[in-house]
Design a protein around this ligand. Structure first.
Ligand code: HEC
Length: 153
């Protein structure tokens, strides 16, 4: 057997084997009273945008795409969910201190203005998660309003 064939067989074997290592799912059917949309008045439209574009990595419930069934796709997503939730969990937003909520609102605004969120490797596949200019404006306006109401508390 030539080296190329051996290498190919080895890689195929590895690819088959890693399929058996499935990360645990980030799935929950619980209600979240501290969800950001329950804490701060938010148009249904904005809720929808956050759910479509952000909740896969920033909530306790991911809508798993097809590629998550195939490793290393599932691992890739799982690590983003782990890190994303650590930084910001929309389901648990109301449990943060007011100070943390303020700073997270600011960070959300910045991530949208700078176009760093949703992360580009994600929107490559999830085209519907890309924010249009109108959607960005809607969220940024909402953040401004909400930030003001927070500082009065
Ligand atoms: C594919 C997963 C994924 C999606 C979808 C996603 N994020 Fe993130 N997000 C992450 C990860 C991972 C981090 C932590 C690492 C980093 O900052 O890049 C993060 C970090 C952040 C932070 C930084 C928090 C801080 O305090 O600095 C903000 C804000 C944020 N995301 C907002 C959003 C918003 C708003 C959306 C939707 C428009 C979104 N993200 C969509 C994965 C994601």
């Amino acid at each position: 057997m030539g080296r190329v064939t051996k290498g190919f067989l080895f890689l195929s074997g590895v690819l088959v084997l890693i399929q058996f290592i499935q990360p645990a799912g980030n799935i929950s059917t619980q209600a979240y009273p501290a969800d950001i949309s329950r804490i701060y008045p938010m148009e249904g439209k904005i809720q929808g945008i956050l759910r479509t574009s952000c909740y896969d990595c920033h909530s306790n419930n991911t809508r798993y795409p097809w590629y998550a069934q195939i490793q290393p796709g599932g691992w890739w997503l799982a690590s983003h969910i782990r890190e994303g939730k650590q930084e910001l969990n929309f389901n648990e937003f109301g449990m943060y201190s007011l100070r943390r909520q303020q700073s997270k609102l600011k960070a959300i605004g910045n991530s949208i203005k700078d176009g760093t969120m949703p992360i580009s490797s994600y929107t490559l596949v999830h085209r519907n998660a890309l924010l249009t200019q109108a959607e960005q404006d809607l969220i940024l306006d909402w953040i401004e309003k909400t930030k003001d109401s927070l500082s009065k508390n």
